[in-house]
Design a protein around this ligand. Structure first.
Ligand code: DGJ
Length: 512
């Protein structure tokens, strides 16, 4: 039995590993890093040390594990697992199968060359793309067989150790550069009646056009991609039942279908995806836009557990990390290209502007100067904070904030006897954003943690009283225990300001 599972823990979807909650303080490595054990040993594993991570998100490449049709070679996977065990890390694996970033980059050569059997998505002009069609049943069956073989191998070699704890099925799927798959197979299927499950869930009937009108193309593609992913995921789970999710290239400016991979598991199409791919525990966002917090808010709605496999890695990532866990009970947080955080920013080969534009990535998302220091401190803080967090999460005792935008100036957090007014420092280059959380430990006793924020306590409106500080301690949390360092008074008590590096205070208040 897999030792890793998603548990409903007092209403919060939580990843359990070895019967204990496990929060993935993770990072995703670059696409090609895991193709070579030597490269991992020389350039990647050493760079991950000192980041206070406990989990690495890394690809498994179909082209490497099934170079000859029907014969599997799992050396690259075994090497990855051996490296992770040596480094004391868990692994969350990405199945680069039929689809990666909307295309079919990682299918084995024997499949790539056979464009008859494994037919491609076509544009309305008839142009053939590099994406195998989600209608291509032969391709889906081959992917299913390969993924099931991978999961069987993981069960046989890793069930006892549970190094691999989560699987991502495919990567940023959907059709890119066209609003629909105009292959004859897709065009024919589009005129059929919607499947029974869709009719029941949406209360519709008839053809796709009749059922969904202007949304019909995208709903159809979502349905077909979700069906394909379900076929693949379910076959994998039958071999080894690890938690599985699908990740999304966000629907973002310029918003039209095909500018993002249409048919993918974007939250706007949650209903179709959840209906047709019930084996997945989450639809996960890859977040490179400037409005990360809005995306997190959205992807955490309606019981979709927040699992972030990819996010920007500039200094603001430390702030979003706090918000992901403390506001949205995230399961995983994982900046992309994590191995670079330990490198000299000037030595990094940044993706070209053309590539960034093709991937629709905000270029500043890849500026790493200063990030390692901020993110590793947040990961360490969160690990030590877990015992407290596990007691208060999901209750009114914890409230969290992050600066959402240029026009977001602060937050007013309501607690029983007090309100906490948080004012956000303006955005500064190479600094994180205002972020943090307040925890009410007792009626008048609070922990305040975070960065780039000013804190004031106010009694409830109408009480006619003021709030004062009886005792203010600066300190840290070690394995859930408060360790005071300085007792702050005089100048240091005039105003409580959380600086750029994550810091923590314990306060006892009174009213007068
Ligand atoms: C999102 C993809 O999922 C990643 O594999 C990678 O291509 C990044 N974009 C950009 O480098």
């Amino acid at each position: 039995m897999a030792k890793s599972k998603i548990v409903n823990d007092h209403g919060i979807a939580t990843l359990y590993v070895d019967d204990r909650p496990f929060f993935c303080y993770a990072g995703e490595i670059h696409n090609s890093s895991a193709s070579s054990a030597a490269f991992m040993d020389e350039e990647v594993w050493p760079n991950l040390r000192g980041l206070n991570m406990n989990c690495v998100i890394a690809p498994v490449y179909w082209e490497l594990i099934e170079p000859e049709e029907g014969s599997f070679n799992f050396t690259s996977v075994d090497d990855l697992i051996a490296g992770a065990r040596r480094e004391g890390m868990k692994l969350s694996l990405l199945w680069f199968g039929l689809w990666k970033n909307g295309e079919s980059f990682y299918v084995p050569a024997w499949m790539k060359k056979d464009t008859q059997t494994y037919f491609r998505v076509r544009k309305s002009s008839g142009e053939v793309t590099r994406t195998i069609s989600p209608l291509c049943e032969a391709g889906i069956q081959k992917d299913k067989t390969a993924f099931a073989a991978l999961m069987k191998h993981l069960r046989e070699t890793d069930e006892k150790d549970a190094t691999v704890i989560v699987m991502q099925v495919e990567n940023e799927i959907g059709v890119l550069g066209t609003d629909f798959d105009y292959s004859p197979e897709a065009v024919a299927a589009f005129t059929e009646e919607v499947p029974q499950a869709v009719a029941e869930e949406f209360g519709v009937s008839g053809t796709w056009k009749e059922a969904f009108g202007a949304e019909a193309y995208e709903q159809f593609l979502c349905c077909r991609y979700a069906m394909a992913v379900e076929t693949i995921a379910a076959a994998g789970k039958a071999e080894y039942d690890l938690p599985m999710y699908a990740n999304a290239w966000l629907k973002q400016y310029p918003w039209y279908a095909g500018s993002y991979p249409t048919g993918g598991p974007i939250i706007e199409r949650r209903r179709m995806w959840k209906t047709m791919a019930p084996s997945l525990f989450a639809l996960a966002p890859d977040i490179y836009v400037p409005y990360c917090a809005d995306i997190m808010d959205r992807y955490a709605e309606d019981g979709n557990p927040l699992f972030i496999p990819e996010i920007r890695k500039d200094t603001v990532t430390a702030s979003y990390c706090l918000y992901a866990f403390l506001r949205h009970n995230a399961i995983s947080y994982s900046p992309f290209g994590i191995e670079e955080l330990s490198m000299d920013p000037d030595s990094i080969d940044k993706p070209s502007p053309e590539l960034m534009a093709a991937l629709n990535i905000d270029p500043s998302a890849f500026d790493i100067a200063g990030s390692k220091e901020y993110l590793s401190a947040v990961y360490s803080f969160l690990k030590n904070f877990e015992p407290i967090y596990l007691k208060v999460r999901g209750t009114d005792q914890i409230q969290s904030w992050v600066r959402h935008s240029e026009t977001d100036f602060g937050a007013l957090l309501p607690f029983g006897e007090y309100d906490i007014a948080v004012s956000y420092a303006p955005k500064m280059p190479l600094k994180p954003l205002a972020a943090g959380a307040a925890v009410q430990l007792e009626k008048d006793t609070f922990l305040v943690l975070g960065m780039m924020s000013g804190i004031e306590f106010r009694p409830k409106d109408g009480s006619g009283k003021k709030a004062g500080i009886l005792r203010l301690e600066e300190g840290s949390i070690v394995n859930g225990e408060w360790k005071a360092r300085r007792v702050m008074n005089g100048d240091e008590q005039m105003r409580l300001n959380l600086p750029d590096q994550i810091s923590c205070y314990k306060l006892v208040l009174y009213q007068y």
